[in-house]
Design a protein around this ligand. Structure first.
Ligand code: C2E
Ligand code: CA
Ligand code: CA
Length: 762
């Protein structure tokens, strides 16, 4: 079935085979038909001729008898009175009467019968005359030409004897009647003239001379002066014996009509029909050359052949049309399967299928460039897939525009592209990569808004970094991963990356297990207000892995972000924090502030808010005392999506803190639009505040900005009294750091709180 589906030609060949078989069956039938037709008609003719001539000869034998009787009675007086009525017979040429010695006594052809040569003396008549004298019946003389009559005739001789006491006595005369060839046999034969292919002979058995030959009309002399070849006769008998198992004797005795094929030397095959006349010892033989039958057969089959060929050709063309359509459809499907329908770039399947064009024995070196778009997901999340698709098409166009000759751009998946280029030198590759990044980072216009995306690029070289596609893709992916850390950058693979990568892969795998195995837990670092009282705590995640030990959050959080695990972990964090604060609230009976770090990926997850509200509902948490810490990086993402979400969150009574403020880029004008309650000065500024004037100035500025915008300003990483005091003088109103407390386990925090006074602004 699969073969049939695969190849329509298979059906065609099966049909062709069946049709050919049928055609040959038809031809065979037709051949049989033609052959039988010729055989039957020939047999009918032989039968007809044999019967007709038999009765003709019989008639003349009787006439001779009657004439003989008359002659005996009248003793040769007035012969012509008896003969003349006979001469009216159209078949008769002449009649002669001889004495037993061969001398003519009477002849219709000559008034003076003594002029006619003695029949015993002529070599051609001697034989039959002697035969006639000794025979009771009629004897045939050799067919001859009569010059006075200018006619060919067949002499038949009958010896007339006196009957003495009912016994035949001595011969008295011999009556020779000459039958006219033209009127007798030719006329008979001419009625069958449409059978011109057929030749008919009457041959006497005695010496195989022709009595009659239908073709003899052309060359009488030759035909009637030579006997039918005895070897040929032998051949006929052999063929008959082979087919019918009949001996010549049986054939003669039973006067059987037989038909058979035989080969005549130098003349080819004949279909012959043969019958013996026992009374007159004559063979009636008819022959049709086989080519005649073949010709008849061919004439019929040529029509069949033409029909067969024309139907065959029609079918062939039909099948060809179907096959071509099929082929086109298959190519289309292949094209569809190997190309991305959105960007029309070749896809991953194409790459797998055709990589052998680049990787083979003695192939030239080339490079694989792995491109992963940064922030692409945001386009999809905030504008919808329609715009995402639009951007992808733009990316493909830009790629096509800058691809070097002979290179290939492939859409490998979502926002990942793989380029195969013939560049191999480091400088060339990095130059191309930077051009690539620049091109792809140019703003994309969506809804009349300019949207910025970045591209992280990883490069692997063949054969240096891998002998097969898998190895090359992995190497370029690892290099790309390195670039992701910095964003909008390119790296060429080096083997050290692999180690880091493998380590990260293990961490990532372990992290997946950690989520379900309760290896993750929260610690809380107290936050102190300007009056020196505890007012809240920052929730920080910890991971104690049985196999990897303590993995710091700034190591595994980025991995969770990159691998898509973050929304899940983020949800778990909120859950754990809610449960913990519920417990502490319950135990202390006091409101309690907690800040939760929300990573960019977690925040950008379309179901973030829904998830968070679910957790609040599930844990019945007092979320009015919750602050979400977001970083400046969040605002690189799409503000149109972020702002309404932040407002929504604020409207619910949840506060927002901007973490690590000062390390990233955020413009003052933007800051003004943001519904932010608190700025967190990054630890790096706090660290340097005591000895570096620039840092101190920076911190001072941040505090001023925060105050101007009516925000709280929190300094984190405060480790010394000096730092705390400088910050206080600058106007900072919140503090967090080892100077006050390290992050504490839930139980330790409870002890800490119980020993401390703390304030809480509701
Ligand atoms: P972060 O949000 O800036 O958190 C403050 C980090 O500074 C914490 O490190 C904290 O332990 C540390 N720290 C606080 N005071 C001092 C001090 O006086 N001296 C020193 N040397 N360090 C101090 P941690 O807990 O290792 O967290 C590192 C980063 O991991 C965090 O930076 C945050 O970006 C991420 N992170 C931690 N927990 C979570 C979490 O629950 N969710 C998310 N999304 N990120 C988290
Ligand atoms: Ca934080
Ligand atoms: Ca921070």
């Amino acid at each position: 079935m699969a073969i049939i589906k695969k190849n329509i030609w298979f059906i065609f060949y099966v049909l062709l085979f069946i049709a050919t078989v049928l055609f040959f069956i038809l031809c065979y039938g037709t051949w049989n038909n033609s052959y039988t037709k010729y055989q039957t008609s020939q047999e009918n003719i032989v039968e007809l001729i044999a019967n007709t001539t038999h009765s003709l000869f019989n008639t003349y034998e009787r006439l001779s008898d009657i004439l003989g009787k008359a002659l005996l009675e009248n003793n040769l007086h007035n012969i012509h009175i008896h003969v003349e009525p006979l001469l009216n017979n159209p078949e008769m040429v002449a009649l002669g009467i001889t004495n037993p010695e061969g001398d003519f006594i009477y002849a219709t052809s000559d008034k003076d019968p003594t002029n006619i040569p003695n029949l015993l003396k002529l070599p051609e008549t001697h034989d039959s005359f002697v035969q006639a004298l000794s025979s009771e019946g009629m004897v045939f003389g050799r067919t001859y030409f009569s010059p006075p009559l200018q006619k060919w005739g067949m002499p038949i001789r009958k010896t007339i004897r006196k009957t003495i006491r009912n016994k035949a006595g001595e011969p008295q005369f011999v009556i020779t009647t000459v039958l006219k060839h033209t009127s007798t046999f030719d006329a008979l034969f001419n009625t069958l003239k449409h059978r011109h292919h057929l030749n008919l002979s009457i041959i006497r058995d005695r010496d195989l001379y022709y009595q009659y030959h239908s073709n003899g009309q052309q060359d009488y002399e030759k035909v009637y002066s030579t006997p039918f070849p005895s070897q040929t006769m032998e051949k006929l008998f052999t063929s008959i014996f082979d087919i019918y198992s009949l001996t010549p004797k049986e054939l003669k005795e039973n006067e059987l009509l037989v038909s058979f094929l035989y080969e005549q030397e130098e003349e080819g095959y004949y279909l012959a029909s043969l019958k013996y006349n026992h009374t007159y010892h004559l063979w009636t033989l008819s022959q049709t050359p086989l080519p005649v039958i073949i010709k008849d057969f061919m004439q019929k089959t040529v029509i069949y052949l033409l029909i067969f060929l024309s139907i065959g050709s029609i079918f062939f063309y039909l099948f060809r049309i179907i096959a071509r359509a099929e082929e086109e459809r298959r190519n289309e499907l292949l094209e569809q399967a190997t190309h991305d329908q959105l960007t029309f770039l070749p896809n991953r399947y194409y790459l797998n299928q055709y990589i052998h064009q680049w990787i083979y024995k003695e192939a030239l070196p080339f490079s694989i460039i792995y491109v992963d778009m940064d922030h692409f997901k945001t386009v999809n999340d905030s504008f919808g897939h329609h715009y995402g698709d639009y951007v992808l098409v733009q990316i493909a166009k830009r790629l096509n525009a800058i691809m070097p000759e002979g290179s290939l751009a492939i859409r490998y998946g979502g926002d990942e592209f793989v380029l195969i280029v013939s560049l191999i030198h480091r400088n060339e590759l990095l130059a191309f990569a930077s051009k690539l990044i620049d091109t792809l980072s140019e703003p994309y216009l969506i809804n009349q808004l300019h949207f910025n995306l970045g591209a992280s690029v990883g490069i692997a070289c063949y054969p240096e970094h891998g002998h097969n596609l898998d190895m090359l893709l992995r190497a370029s992916d690892i290099a790309m991963y390195e670039s992701k850390k910095i964003k909008n950058s390119a790296h060429i693979f080096v083997s050290e990356m692999q180690e880091g990568f493998l380590k990260n892969v293990t961490i990532e795998q372990e992290l997946r297990k950690a989520i379900n195995n309760n290896e993750l837990f929260m610690v809380y670092q107290p936050q102190i207000n300007d009056e020196g009282y505890f007012y809240g705590a920052e929730a920080l995640i910890r991971w104690n892995s049985p196999s990897l030990g303590n993995v710091p959050p700034n190591h595994f959080i980025p991995l969770a972000e990159a691998s898509g695990l973050m929304p899940k972990i983020g949800r778990l964090i909120i859950e754990m924090v809610c449960e913990d604060i519920n417990e502490i609230h319950h135990k202390l009976q006091r409101p309690f502030h907690v800040s939760i770090n929300i990573s960019v990926r977690q925040f950008m997850d379309p179901r973030f808010l829904e998830h968070m509200l679910n957790v609040f509902e599930k844990t019945q948490a007092q979320y009015l005392h919750i602050t979400l810490e977001v970083t400046e990086n969040l605002f690189i993402e799409d503000l149109q999506y972020i702002l309404p979400l932040l407002h929504k969150i604020r409207a619910m009574g949840i506060e927002i803190s901007m973490d690590d403020f000062g390390t990233g880029y955020s413009s003052l004008s933007m800051l003004r639009q943001l519904p932010i309650n608190e700025l967190k000065i990054d630890k790096s500024f706090v660290d340097a505040i005591a000895y570096d004037i620039t840092s101190a100035k920076m911190v001072q500025n941040i505090i001023t900005i925060g105050k101007n915008l009516n925000m709280h300003v929190l300094a984190e990483g405060v480790e010394t009294k000096e730092q705390k005091e400088i910050l206080s003088t600058f106007g900072c109103d919140r503090f967090q750091g080892y100077y006050f407390s390290k992050p504490l386990l839930k139980e330790d925090l409870l002890h800490f709180l119980q020993s401390q006074t703390f304030t809480c602004k509701d």
